[in-house]
Design a protein around this ligand. Sequence first.
Ligand SMILES: C[S@@+](CC[C@H](N)C(=O)[O-])C[C@H]1O[C@@H](n2cnc3c(N)ncnc32)[C@H](O)[C@@H]1O
Length: 188
Amino acid sequence: MTPTPLRVMIGAGEQRWDGWTPTQQTDLNLLEPASFAAYFGNRWADAFLCEHVWEHLTVAEGERAARLVYTYLKPGGRLRVAVPDGNHPDPAYQAVVAVNGPGPAHDHRVLYTLETLTPVFTQAGFTVQPLEWWDTAHTFHHADWDVLDGPVYRSRHLDHRNAAFRAGVGAPGFTSLILDCRRPPASP
Ligand SMILES: C[S@@+](CC[C@H](N)C(=O)[O-])C[C@H]1O[C@@H](n2cnc3c(N)ncnc32)[C@H](O)[C@@H]1O
């Protein structure tokens, strides 16, 4: 019998996706290795999903958190991570996601771009594939990624605010900088 994969959402908040186990900061705290040790014991996750959480950590905390998640991910497994995109062209978007911004952004510590987020994960040992991002010329890029491998709501694919953008007739609504971070299969 094939075991059910252990696919874990970190900082899930209200989000729920079929096949994914939601956890909160009280279960898995990216700043507290002991919370991972208590939750996983000697298990490994097959995959992690983390939407709009890493921007709540400083860069140094984010780097430590990347190394922590790496150690609890099976070799060959994937962390899919999404954060607000510092190159999104809409000033209204930038106002909402700003560092120390309004409402839920009051504790945003960093606003990442592809160039600044990628090394947070490569320094931990991950190989990184960008899935959705804006470049500095405000051009949007996206890979052909599978939602079933880790749904990110605030994405071109799924966010209800992007219907016209998906159809190629309107401006972008709300997108994220999304990366797939893989632990290499043969990693020790
Ligand atoms: C903006 S909410 C995003 C919630 C959900 N992932 C979503 O996309 O709707 C930020 C989440 O990050 C979580 N969070 C903040 N710091 C964290 C940490 N150190 N470890 C784990 N989760 C954290 C918060 O508890 C909160 O659930």
